[in-house]
Write a protein that binds this ligand. Sequence first.
Ligand SMILES: NC(=O)c1ccc[n+]([C@@H]2O[C@H](COP(=O)([O-])OP(=O)(O)OC[C@H]3O[C@@H](n4cnc5c(N)ncnc54)[C@H](O)[C@@H]3O)[C@@H](O)[C@H]2O)c1
Length: 385
Amino acid sequence: MIKIAVIGLGTMGRGIAQVAAMNGCEVLVYDSMDQMIEKSKIELEKNLQLLVDKSKIKPEQVQTILSKYHWCNQLKQIFQADLVIEAIREDLDIKKELFAQISQIVSDQCIIASNTSSISITSLASAVIRPERFIGIHFFNPAPIMPLVEIIPALQTSHNTLQQAVSIIKDLNKLPIVVKDTPGFIVNRIARPFYGEALRILEEGLADIATIDWAMTNIGGFKMGPFTLMDFIGHDVNYQVTETVFNAFYYDPRYKPSFTQKRLVEAGFLGRKSKKGFYDYGDGVIAPKPNMDETVGQQIFERILVMLINEAAEAVSLQIASKEDIEIAMNKAVNYPKGLLQWADEIGISVCVNKMDELYHHYREDRYRCCPLLRRMADTNQKFF
Ligand SMILES: NC(=O)c1ccc[n+]([C@@H]2O[C@H](COP(=O)([O-])OP(=O)(O)OC[C@H]3O[C@@H](n4cnc5c(N)ncnc54)[C@H](O)[C@@H]3O)[C@@H](O)[C@H]2O)c1
């Protein structure tokens, strides 16, 4: 089995390392903060014990998995890696500096990958000596559980590197989906309106957080409402992805971040992890009750859903990935109750177009422009599937 180096032992790095070790790879793990190594060791043992308790692995497998780990306290110790996956904080300059160092350490054959959610893979590839061996390998959180992995070739990536990356991810028992190097890739791009439109509805005072969450879960069938989900992801992470995607799209108003969420970040109200976000997670706090008005709920759900469909249609239209892969991605990574394109077919493409046009005429904002592909499909009576 190959040797995989994981750099950065935060939420993602720890999960990716566990996936690699559990699938028989040697893992070389490194973090610039010593305490993160200690924390990772403790957490790993706890996670493996949990898997034993749930009978997901046998007790005797624990030692085998632990023995796959090589804890490195210096970056140069990763020199034997066949694949390096970087999972440090989302900062272009810091990542580029790290990649320049990594590419001096590893062999010519080593694939260097970034787990970035929103930075251009092509720009990161420019920092290494052999950019043809560089690629985006984007896991979802929690990595040991989420099956989907987006594979993003940079402009410089060779076909051979792409094929190898896809095959390694399959060997790790994950589902690779190849996607164009565009802001947010598939999932973080198409999912933006789930948060953005919910925030907009809140800011306009059309409904409160509990009602919007109720509409999306009870009427829409989504597993979590947007505010619960943002609190779960963490506003620092969620806001930063929105801001990076917005900047990368040259300030397209469709991806405009929200001041409401920015203020939460500024206040340190990061969601569940800080016990306060949109909701208060303090002991004994009673959650706010939704206004369960079906008409209001239906309007909220339809507005957010049509914005999501419009975004998915735009991704098809710009060939970000195939329509089948877009459906799989949204289903596997964010657990949407249905593929958005299938949903569009069911509602009717012309109904979606009319809804987008209604929003556009009301707000007169480019944010609500209907995807030309949807309009063309409505005019010619076509469906996605
Ligand atoms: N958290 C998520 O839900 C999620 C999901 C998918 C992708 N990502 C992406 O994965 C990456 C990591 O995210 P995270 O949430 O795990 O971050 P995190 O903040 O939890 O962890 C980052 C880790 O990197 C370490 N680090 C920072 N600079 C370093 C350096 N120069 N060398 C070595 N280690 C360094 C830090 O000490 C920390 O332990 C980001 O690019 C993020 O966009 C995050």
